[in-house]
Design a protein around this ligand. Structure first.
Ligand code: HEM
Length: 129
């Protein structure tokens, strides 16, 4: 059950990431001040990513382990850490902007794609078992 939840939640994480990137890029291009929309989308992306990490740990302890999972786990921890750190640092700046959260979200998505590929899955494929 955790496996199916973990497998399905990826789409929500990816959607939140793509929406956040689009919003941050638009804000940066139009030089708008960082606003509530940016905060909400950044928090939604980091939040779903953390929930996915939690589910991943539950999958880990309820399924069999194999060495390639290390690559998956390291990449995903990096993804969650990058998304969270860039958004927290940005929030504490006297003048929060879009550049830092944009870099953080793009890096996090790249780590996520790498982490999925580390266990020989495609971003949109599954091995339902
Ligand atoms: C530290 C965090 C994480 C841990 C411990 C973890 C652990 C796992 C485990 C044990 C599996 C099962 C592998 C298998 O049975 O072959 C798995 C599969 C998977 N994980 Fe994670 N995961 C983590 C984070 C993430 C994140 C952040 C995402 C995506 C946003 C993600 C996406 C996936 C996908 C797509 C699969 C394959 C599902 C399928 O084949 O249908 N994982 N993960």
């Amino acid at each position: 059950m955790f496996f199916y939840a973990h497998s399905g939640l990826r789409y929500l994480v990816l959607l939140a990431g793509v929406l956040a990137i689009a919003y941050f890029a638009f804000g940066l291009a139009t030089k708008r001040p960082f606003d509530k929309g940016g905060r909400i989308l950044g928090a939604a992306f980091a939040g779903t990513l953390h929930l996915q990490v939690l589910l991943g740990i539950l999958v880990l302890v309820t399924r069999f382990y194999y060495p390639a999972l290390i690559g998956h786990i390291v990449m995903m921890v990096l993804a969650a850490g990058t998304a969270q750190a860039t958004s927290s640092i940005n929030r504490r700046k006297p003048q929060p902007g879009y550049a830092l959260p944009l870099v953080g979200a793009v890096l996090a998505i790249l780590f996520i794609v790498g982490g999925i590929m580390a266990i020989s899955r495609g971003v949109f494929t599954t091995t339902a078992m």
